[in-house]
Design a protein around this ligand. Structure first.
Ligand code: GLU
Length: 424
């Protein structure tokens, strides 16, 4: 195992503080000047809106929505929109900053942003969700733009919501502008390979790490937390590599079979069952917390923030953690994992496959020329391998964890751009 310098970061479950804790450590190591540090510490723009929406029962409800642009130094800002009751300003701020670092690591010409609406989509009808999404788009129509700020799916949003966004935005601008949003349905200018891109990238990142750690995929047992767009595809691609996926989970709980779970069957089961794993046959029901502590080699948290924390970090047994979710490990837990010699492939590297194919979608929209799936996959895989190498090299050079290495790589790039562009 690689020798690393222990970095001391403050532990917190506040996502923005968690981002800053790593950022400050990396800034210190590279000797980032105070002015640039101050620019990058805060988002460049915060837009908060209150959206009145007609509900099906005749009432009007006000929903709070955000779009936060952390940086647009390297290009138009990019990042998804999430619908969840957990959405608040600090969460969106952290997610926006992570997008800046993620895009820099993926080597795509974008800055970072994130959007969110505080709502519980499971309790809303399709009509209510459509009215909410369109109201949000109208409110953000001067923020969004194919050369300004380009949203995409995130937690609880997908091609359906992106279709409403492109339609609303294009009607406001009186021109069809597919490049204003990515993750669209294929027939509206989406890219082949976009849906599965994040999960596939998680697998590529895991395979690159396993090569370095000399782990044989055929002898590797994995647990995947989360069975949405990221976790289900990550599990599917792990299985295709010969990795034995022994546990999967979603909001209904976790499902464990030491002999391995048939992922394609689980995907079919979830599809036929309102996208939920309840009632999955051939697996023992355990909790999401127990899944994280299983005796596996590879752990892929692909659900949400703050899953590996100071509370459970000592019980983690995996050798390798690949973060499909954004922010699943707290900054304090990082330190313990590092001491235990557990290698973490951080979110800003591991889940960058999604935004990479978003970039390909945007390029195709602007050219009006669409690529075959093989071309998308080949370019995305190559990009993930290059990103992995850049972060690995930075972590080796500075003798730090992969996470801090990734931050160092991203921050050097963004800081250079800030210095070259200057301010006025
Ligand atoms: N929401 C995804 C992420 O966190 C994708 C963002 C995008 O494609 O712009 O990376």
């Amino acid at each position: 195992m690689k020798k690393t310098t222990t970095v001391v970061a403050k532990d917190t479950t506040n996502p923005y503080e968690s981002m800053l804790a790593r950022f400050d450590v990396a800034a210190k190591i590279i000797g980032l000047d105070e002015e640039t540090h101050n620019v990058l510490k805060v988002p460049s723009k915060i837009v908060t809106v209150n959206l009145p929406v007609y509900m099906d029962d005749g009432s009007t409800r006000i929903f709070e929505g955000y779009r936060i642009i952390h940086s647009n130094i390297l290009g138009p800002s990019k990042g998804g929109i999430r619908y969840s009751m957990m959405v608040d300003q600090d969460e969106v701020k952290a997610l926006a900053a992570w997008m800046t670092w993620k895009c820099a690591i993926a080597d795509i010409p974008y800055g970072g942003a994130k959007g969110g609406i505080t709502c519980d989509p499971a309790k809303m009808s399709v009509g209510e969700l459509e009215r909410l999404t369109r109201a949000y788009t109208v409110a953000m129509s001067d923020v969004f733009g194919e050369n300004q700020d380009i949203p995409a799916p995130d937690m609880n949003t997908g091609p359906r919501e992106m279709a409403w966004i492109v339609d609303t935005y294009s009607k406001i601008k009186r021109a069809y502008i597919p490049g204003v949003v990515t993750g669209k349905p294929l027939h509206l200018g989406g890219s082949l390979g976009r849906t599965e891109a994040t999960g596939r990238g998680v697998m590529i990142a895991a395979m690159e790490a396993m090569k370095k750690l000399k782990m044989d995929p055929k002898k590797t047992k994995a647990a995947v937390q989360g069975f949405g767009n990221v976790g289900s595809y990550a599990a599917h691609y792990f299985e295709a590599q010969g990795i034995r996926v022994v546990a999967i989970s979603d909001v209904t709980g976790a499902y464990y079979n030491p002999k391995g779970i048939d992922i394609n069957k689980a995907i079919a089961h979830a599809e036929a069952n309102g996208r939920q794993l309840t009632g999955l046959k051939g697996a023992e029901k355990i909790t999401n917390e127990q899944l994280l502590e299983l005796n596996v080699d590879l752990l892929a948290p692909c659900a949400m923030e703050n899953q590996i924390t100071a509370k459970n970090v000592n019980n983690i047994k995996a050798k390798l953690i690949v973060e499909g979710a954004n922010g699943p490990t707290t900054s304090g837990a990082d330190e313990v994992l590092q001491k235990k010699g557990i290698v973490v492939i951080p979110d800003i590297l591991a889940n960058g496959g999604g935004v990479t194919v978003s970039y390909f979608e945007w390029v195709q929209n602007r050219n009006g020329y669409y690529w075959p799936l093989e071309e998308v996959v080949q370019k995305a895989d190559a990009s993930m391998k290059k990103a992995f190498k850049n972060c690995w090299d930075a972590s080796t050079k500075y003798k730090v964890s992969m996470r801090i290495g990734a931050y160092i790589f991203a921050m050097n790039k963004v800081a250079n751009a800030i210095k070259s562009r200057g301010h006025f």
